[in-house]
Structure formats: structure tokens, C-alpha cells
Design a protein around this ligand. Structure first.
Ligand SMILES: *[C@@H]1O[C@H](CO)[C@@H](O)[C@H](O)[C@H]1NC(C)=O
Ligand SMILES: *[C@@H]1O[C@H](CO)[C@@H](O)[C@H](O)[C@H]1NC(C)=O
Length: 468
């Protein structure tokens, strides 16, 4: 008995367990958790056990044999070396790894559920308020933890104890990651944020010119399904046209172009469609309108609007500018006349746009200086060489936006005089001819009249008889 006690006393220091500090791991439901095995120097001849909630869940021996205990816990786990990997974690709690060699070394992991939520749930409309909340299920236990968020662009965003309040923008759409750091260990949880917006992202301006084709873009980005739009309570989708301020159409105010019938299958109902056609890819969320040939009256604002039940509205405006060359006093001119050409969209051009003029090849007018791009081109006296196609192009930096043309017909003064003379002579000749004809006819009529009167007796007799 005494020797037994002695041997136990001797064994105690050997068996004294080395217990590492409890480490906290934060994990989102369904995440993969990696539990690093306890480390010992010269790890030969050992046994390793993993426990969860006090029950053995896996073992590994020094020869590499492994086994998974089929007890209460039947979740998937696998060894990577001595470390344990649990994909798709569903049960949270304390995991212990125990390595038995001469003594025992244990590691303890407290796997804490990390909740990430979005209020309201996705999808949200552009401009709507939303909160992202990231909180471990045992708050306050680990004061050293730091929580921040990574936005979809991967940039760090500071949070207030894991909560982030946002006003939805296009950039907020995508996957957000909550990062909890404690003891230099980072744990991540992800949540996907769906923001409903219209593309193009910003209001856009288009420059076009007469007879060019036109596409007025408006679409629901592909990451948003029509079902998600419906779940937000869509009530109305329509296109409106607001003619540009200078236009004669302006007085009539905005015009409803199309309304979308929200019954399946979705279809556009034209109101005053103005010759515009909706694109055929409506079912892909493409709400764009097109037209084959632009007309002057097409310049104005085109507004695509989505109205939702809660009062939310999404809209995009496309400013369409039709470039035109106008000639004062006109296009039929006489050489020597003063002419003013102007290349404009009916309103002042933004300062980053330049106009380039292209006179006809045989024009005597020197091309405008490269650093001088006036929208108005005064020609003090046009020559016959200026007859033909004048072109102006609209440029933004190194990009040509559109171009417009005008045909000038210029006749020389001489030819105008010649024409006048020829016309006058012709007119006089024609008048004379008419006069001659009229006189001749009158004479003929007079003759007939005379003859008629001579024969106004009861029994007309041959002329010769009376004469004698
Ligand atoms: C919508 O349709 C138009 C015309 O077919 C096309 O040019 C445009 O790229 C489409 N937009 C999207 C977002 O698919
Ligand atoms: C052309 O412009 C000038 C200066 O703006 C003006 O004085 C002139 O009357 C204009 N001529 C015509 C034909 O419009």
C-alpha cells in the first residue's frame, strides 16, 4: 500500500497536465471551423482525443489511425494532421483536444455563434435605410474582441459594437463580411446585401443627331430578379418624356410614353409612344427604349420610374440632346451673302465639349483653328465653293459623340442675274405668245359672228346668189 502511494506520488508530476488557455472562436452558422491540435515537441508515441460537450468525438493514434465516435454528435468532422476540421458547423460549445504522451496537453476552444443580420432583410431600395448587425451570442465575455465590417469592395468599415447603419447605395450591393478579432485571431461572417437600383447608375446625357438611331437606357441590374422587385411591392413602372425647354412641345408638359402592365406576362402598354419602341429583352430587366431615326423633337428628358407600395420610388433620367446645324438666313444662298452657321443642341454646351467644323472640300474658308471651337461660325461672305456638305462634330476629350450635317446651296451672282434675265425673257416671250393667241382667237370669233349674222334669214341661200 505504501509503495503504491509512493508510486502515485512519483507519477503525479509526470501526469500533471499542461492546460492551454481557452481560446474563443467566433463562427457563423454553417461556417467551417478549424481546431488546431495541441503541440508537443517530438510528437511520437501519443494518443490524441477530441471532445465536444464532454463527449469524445474523434481520436487519432501515433501511427495515424483515426476514428470518429458515433455518439450523440454525428456532425461531419475530419482530421487534417492532428487538427480537426468541422465544415458546416451547427453545434456551438466547447471543444477540447487532449494529447496524451508522457503527460497530457490539452487545448480548449469555445466556439461561439456569430450572428449576422440585416434589418430590413434584402432586398432594399436605393436610398432606403438599413442596418447590418454582427453580434457574438455570448456578448461581453471577451472584452478584447474588436468587430469591424468589410464592404463588398473589401474596404474596412468601422462599426458601433458590430452595428452599421447605412443608406443604401449601388456600392452597398454585394457581400459584406463581419470580422471579429480577438487574441489576434480573426473570425469572419458573411451576409449578402441586395440593393435594388436602376442602371445606368447616374443620370446620363446622350448626344445624337437627326437620322441617327437612339437607345434610351434603363435596366434592372442582372443581380436583381423580377421576383425580388415584386417582393418589394412594385406598383407602377413607366416612361415619361419631358420635352427640352426650347421645344415647341414644352408647353404640353410631361408625356406618359409607356406603362408596364404588371400582370404576367409583363408587357409595355403604349400611351404617347412618339415612335419609340421598347427593347425585346424586357424579361431580362431591360426597360430601354429605342428609335431608328432621331428627329429634332426628340430632344428632352426621358424618365424611367419604378413605384413601390411603401412609397419608395426609383427613377433614372436620360437627357437626350439632338445636335443640329442651323443656317441663318437659310440654306439657299447667293454668293457674297453673309451667313451664320451654328452647331448646337438648343442649349449651351457643357464646357468639356468641343465643336469641330468641317467645311466642304472646295471651300475657301480656312478650317477653324484647333484651339478655337466655336459653336457659331459666321461667314462674312459665302462663295460658290462653300456650296455642299458642312459638318460639325461634337467631341468630349478624345471621343466623338455625334455629328450633324447641313447642305448649303450657293449660286453665284452672275448665274442669279442670268437666271433673272432668262426668266424675264422667257416670261416676255410667253406673254407675247399668249397675246398673239388671244388676238388671233378674238379675230376668228369675230369672223364667225359676222358670218352667222349674214345667214340669219329663213331660207339661207347660197352666198353667190345674193351678191349679184
Ligand atoms: C438593353 O437593350 C439594348 C438594346 O437591345 C442594349 O443596347 C443594352 O445593352 C441592353 N442593356 C442591358 C443592360 O442589357
Ligand atoms: C450673323 O451674326 C452677326 C453677329 O452675331 C449678326 O450681326 C448678323 O446680323 C448675323 N447675320 C445673319 C444673316 O443672321
Amino acid at each position: 500500500m505504501k509503495s503504491l502511494i509512493q508510486s502515485v506520488l512519483i507519477l503525479i508530476p509526470v501526469l500533471l497536465s499542461t492546460r492551454g488557455a481557452e481560446e474563443v472562436i467566433y463562427a457563423q452558422l454553417g461556417a467551417t471551423v478549424f481546431l488546431k491540435a495541441p503541440e508537443v515537441a517530438n510528437s511520437h508515441n501519443y494518443y490524441l482525443y477530441w471532445y465536444f460537450g464532454g463527449a469524445e468525438i474523434a481520436w487519432r493514434n501515433t501511427l495515424g489511425g483515426t476514428g470518429f465516435s458515433s455518439g450523440k454528435w454525428n456532425f461531419t468532422r475530419s482530421f487534417s494532421g492532428d487538427s480537426l476540421t468541422i465544415p458546416d458547423i451547427k453545434h456551438f460549445g466547447t471543444f477540447v483536444g487532449k494529447l496524451m504522451k508522457n503527460g497530457e496537453v490539452t487545448v480548449t476552444y469555445k466556439v461561439v455563434k456569430l450572428n449576422v443580420n440585416m434589418i430590413p432583410p434584402s432586398p432594399v431600395l436605393l436610398g432606403e435605410s438599413l442596418s447590418l448587425i454582427c453580434n457574438p451570442e455570448t456578448p461581453g465575455r471577451d472584452t478584447k474582441q474588436e468587430i469591424h465590417w468589410l464592404n463588398p469592395q473589401g474596404e474596412k468599415v468601422k462599426s458601433n459594437k458590430g452595428q452599421l447603419n447605412l443608406k443604401a447605395t449601388e456600392q452597398h450591393n454585394g457581400q459584406w463580411t463581419c470580422v471579429v478579432t480577438n487574441n489576434n485571431r480573426e473570425s469572419k461572417a458573411k451576409i449578402s446585401v441586395v440593393v435594388v437600383y436602376l442602371s445606368p447608375a447616374a443620370s446620363s446625357t446622350q448626344y445624337t443627331s437627326k437620322s441617327w438611331p437612339l437607345t434610351i437606357p434603363c435596366s434592372i441590374p442582372s443581380h436583381i430578379s423580377w421576383d425580388q422587385i415584386k417582393s418589394k411591392g412594385i406598383q407602377q413602372v413607366h416612361w415619361d418624356f419631358i420635352p427640352s425647354p426650347g421645344s415647341i412641345l414644352n408647353s404640353s408638359g410631361p408625356q406618359r410614353l409607356f406603362s408596364l402592365s404588371l400582370e404576367e406576362p409583363l408587357a409595355w402598354k403604349p400611351d404617347q409612344h412618339r415612335g419609340l419602341t421598347p427593347v425585346s429583352t424586357l424579361k431580362n430587366g431591360n426597360l430601354s427604349l429605342t428609335r431608328n431615326r432621331v428627329k429634332e423633337e426628340d430632344s428632352g428628358d426621358y424618365k424611367c420610374t419604378l413605384k413601390f407600395r411603401n412609397g419608395g420610388t426609383l427613377s433614372r433620367t436620360v437627357h437626350v440632346n439632338v445636335l443640329q446645324i442651323t443656317s441663318s438666313p437659310g440654306t439657299d444662298l447667293i454668293s457674297g451673302q453673309q451667313v451664320n452657321l451654328s452647331c448646337s443642341v438648343g442649349r449651351p454646351l457643357p464646357s468639356d465639349l468641343r465643336v469641330k467644323w468641317f467645311p466642304p472640300e472646295q471651300s475657301s474658308l480656312p478650317p477653324p483653328l484647333p484651339d478655337h471651337h466655336p459653336a457659331h461660325l459666321p461667314i462674312p461672305a459665302v462663295g460658290t465653293g462653300d456650296s455642299g456638305k458642312w459638318k460639325c462634330e461634337l467631341w468630349q476629350n478624345d471621343k466623338r459623340l455625334t455629328s450633324a450635317v447641313i447642305m448649303l446651296k450657293i449660286e453665284s451672282k452672275q448665274s442669279v442675274w442670268m437666271t433673272v434675265i432668262i426668266c424675264s425673257v422667257t416670261a416676255i416671250v410667253v406673254l407675247l405668245l399668249i397675246l398673239v393667241l388671244v388676238l388671233y382667237r378674238r379675230r376668228q370669233r369675230k369672223m364667225r359672228h359676222l358670218r352667222h349674222r349674214l345667214c340669219q334669214c329663213k331660207n339661207p341661200k347660197p352666198k353667190g346668189f345674193y351678191r349679184t
